[in-house]
Design a protein around this ligand. Structure first.
Ligand code: ATR
Length: 272
């Protein structure tokens, strides 16, 4: 049995062990996956301990995604660009950092929601860690435009400059403040942390039209204020549960070489 876990603080609420147990059963992979609470000042020690115990890898969640990027001895390109790591592989004495959050979001939009991103106008709200992680996977889908709107305009500008420096095909990205958002979008993603405090990011109603896909990276029992606002202006809304399951499937793929089927599990989680 190969051992994996998810490291965070807090961690008791994490659904990842259930998701990976379902993937292991469905693919016949012999793995164990548990929750691991790391002290706020003890992430690196916790990881070294897991390596010493023979663990093969780990997922990383709040608040350790940036520390995980710093700790990794090697970073996959998509993790380096994201500046954050949600998946670690322990192999050959190396701690390899990867980021499957963005690919998970793209898979949820394209496969589960059935909305291709190619040629589309995408509005990304927020310019923090969550937003940064999805930009490269979005670019790889060849959208017509990616507009990054942030409360602090300078952070969005810096993000656009960062991608212009590192990705040759980054010309579709631009930055603005919420007040400068113009026109309607095919896809609007809320990557701000506003939903955590039940706040609505100040996105104008005109960003939505009938058929817009409005996706909040958060999920909970109730629709977030962003989802309620978008729905009231004609958008089709989606929470972050699909992204959660898909980032897990991408992590499972990097560890085990097989990508589990996700739709039955996602339907089961939505029903319960
Ligand atoms: P995360 O890792 O979740 O992205 P973060 O890096 O702290 O967390 O980034 C939080 C993002 O949510 C930022 O883009 C922040 O905007 P600022 O750069 O202006 O701080 C955004 N944000 C947080 N609360 C918000 C709110 N109430 N309305 C709009 N944007 C908000």
């Amino acid at each position: 049995t190969d051992k994996y876990c998810v490291i965070g603080n807090p961690i008791s609420h994490s659904k990842s062990p259930d998701i990976h147990a379902a993937f292991a059963a469905a693919t016949g992979q012999d793995i164990a996956y548990e929750r691991c609470l790391a002290p706020l000042d003890g992430f690196a020690d916790t990881v070294r301990d897991l390596v010493a115990q023979g663990y093969r890898g780990a997922n990383v969640t709040l608040p350790f995604k940036l520390e995980a990027a710093a700790l990794a001895t090697r970073l996959e390109a998509r993790a380096r660009l994201a500046g954050a790591v949600n998946t670690l592989r322990f192999e050959g004495g190396e701690i390899v950092g990867d980021n499957t959050d963005g690919p998970g979001l793209v898979a949820d939009i394209v496969r589960n929601a059935g909305v291709p991103l190619t040629g589309k106008r995408v509005l990304l709200l927020g310019a923090g860690g969550a937003a940064r992680g999805v930009i490269l996977p979005f670019l790889n889908e060849k959208p017509k435009a990616i507009v990054i709107a942030n409360r602090t305009r300078a952070t969005a500008d810096a993000l656009v400059a960062h991608f212009a420096d590192h990705v040759a095909y980054s010309g579709q990205i631009s930055a603005c403040g919420f007040a400068d958002i113009e026109g309607a979008f095919d896809v609007v993603v809320n990557a701000t942390s506003a939903s955590l405090s039940a706040d609505l990011p100040p996105v104008p109603a005109s960003a939505f039209r009938a058929g817009t896909l409005a996706l909040d990276m958060m999920y909970g029992k109730e629709p977030t204020p962003f989802m309620a606002f978008a729905a009231s202006h004609g958008a089709t809304v989606r929470d972050g549960l699909g992204m959660l399951v898909e980032q897990a499937a991408e992590a499972f793929l990097t560890w085990r070489g097989v990508r589990p089927e996700t739709s039955a599990l996602l339907a089961r989680m939505r029903a319960s």
